[in-house]
Design a protein around this ligand. Structure first.
Ligand code: LLP
Length: 421
């Protein structure tokens, strides 16, 4: 069951609400529209897949940091994966249990690590200098830090180079041949560090479970090596979750159950506590960016649908050449013809497109057009370029009603940065 469905007469619905009707009631367009029940269903798919294992689902907050969404995921039992001091503060504000939070990153600052040490979150060690800083933070906080070593297993994730992280030239993690240095360094700081596990993250948008399996095999070998030196470590953290079906072309992609089942025996055989850090697969397909068509034009040989949304609200197509599915929320006029369009925004540069070469029925001026799968890495990567202020967010509640979950950013918000200077 998926939250966005098209009726036989050509209207898009979100959990029983006609998107066109929602457009009439909200404060400003474009806006993000989520389904709360879909977030629950996505979380429960991981939870059910993990049944019978000791585990933590650490939601990667970078994918979407809406406070209402965080509180909902926390209530469902989620932990949180954090990559900055502010993400850590927000997770605490949303009530996440620090023991189910993991602080990750290749450039963690000393003051961020002090906060992590004080709060007792798990911390991933990324480099020699990172380890030094964690020791320093433990001393300042007067607390021992539970750490995992982020090992770079050198497995090719077969994804866009910008979202690949587990290969040997990546800026993330420690090279496996340096492992002994890190184990010795942990031993040298018994009052500051407790080694509790090993972490790897290969990359994002992975849609083949074999890749996770290959990495997990290497990781349990490292864990065997580490345990052989007397460390009692429990956690295997296999990093981010699955990719999703951005194309909407009927592909059958692996489910969380497929993913967990490929590593289940390995995890059980070593009596490990499995951490997984999904972002995209929990939140991406729960949301559309809802836009209005400003007009249609043709230049040279190209046709354009110009909408009010843009690369400022949703940058993935511009930045990664990412495909996100686009469709109209209502039937096009009866005489409309199918043409090939670039769907573009009003921002002053040619990188501003939401979709290229899309076959669409020529939409009427003012009609609604959605960009699908906009829940992950869209609002959290939005900017105010061209002073397009960040859009509001809404979700459909469990009872089918619509609720605002984030205010629109305003022009006055921008002026505030210059007040009293
Ligand atoms: N854990 C770590 C250490 C990560 O670096 C990431 C994502 C995740 C977990 C979550 O991965 P997921 O389950 O979402 O695949 N902005 C890009 C994606 C960047 C991903 C960065 N790291 C995009 O829009 O596609």
């Amino acid at each position: 069951q998926h939250c966005f469905t098209k009726s036989s007469d050509g209207y898009l619905y979100c959990e029983g609400l006609k998107v066109e009707d929602v457009m009439e009631t909200v404060e400003r367009r474009p806006f993000y529209l989520y389904s709360k029940p879909q977030i629950t269903r996505n979380y429960e798919a991981y939870e059910e897949a993990l049944e019978g294992l000791n585990s933590i689902i650490g939601y990667a907050i970078k994918a979407n940091n809406n406070l209402k969404i965080l509180e909902h995921l926390r209530q469902l039992g989620s932990g949180a994966v954090l990559v900055s001091g502010n993400e850590l503060r927000l997770a605490l504000h949303a009530g996440f249990d620090p023991k189910r939070c993991i602080f990750n990153g290749n450039g963690k600052l000393l003051e961020e690590l002090v906060l992590a040490a004080q709060e007792g979150v798990l911390v991933n060690v990324d480099s020699e200098f990172d380890l030094e800083n964690i020791v320093g933070a433990a001393k300042i906080a007067g607390k021992k830090v539970n750490v995992l070593l982020r090992i770079n297993p050198d497995v090719d994730p077969q994804v866009h180079p910008y979202v690949a992280t587990g290969n040997k030239n990546s800026k993330f993690g420690i090279r496996n041949e340096k492992l002994q240095w890190f184990l010795d360094a942990v031993k040298a700081h018994p009052n500051e560090l407790k080694l509790v596990g090993a972490h790897c993250h290969l990359g994002s948008t992975i849609t083949k479970v074999d890749i996770f399996r290959d990495a997990a095999v290497l990781m349990v070998n490292y864990i065997d090596e580490i345990r052989a030196q007397g460390f009692e470590i429990d956690y295997l953290n296999i990093g981010g979750g699955l990719g999703i079906d951005y194309y909407h072309a009927g592909a059958v992609l692996p489910t969380p159950r497929d993913l967990i089942n490929t590593v289940r025996e390995l995890v059980l055989s070593r009596d490990l506590n499995l951490i997984i850090e999904p972002g995209r697969s929990l939140i991406a397909n729960t949301c559309c960016l809802v836009n209005r068509v400003t007009g249609v034009k043709t230049n040279g040989t190209k046709n354009f649908v110009v909408i009010d949304g843009s690369m400022a609200e949703l940058i993935r197509p511009s930045l990664y050449d990412a495909y996100q599915h686009i469709e109209l929320v209502s039937p096009a006029p009866e005489d409309a013809e199918v043409s090939t369009f670039d769907v573009v925004g009003p921002v002053c540069e040619s990188a501003d497109f939401l979709g290229k070469e899309r076959e669409l029925l020529t939409p009427a001026k003012g009609s609604g057009l959605v960009v699908h799968d906009a829940g992950a890495y869209c609002m959290s990567m939005a900017s105010t370029y061209n002073l397009k202020m960040r859009p509001p967010e809404y979700w459909v509640e469990d009872d089918g009603s619509i609720a605002k979950i984030r205010h629109a950013e305003t022009f006055e918000d921008h002026l505030r940065f210059f007040k009293d200077l």
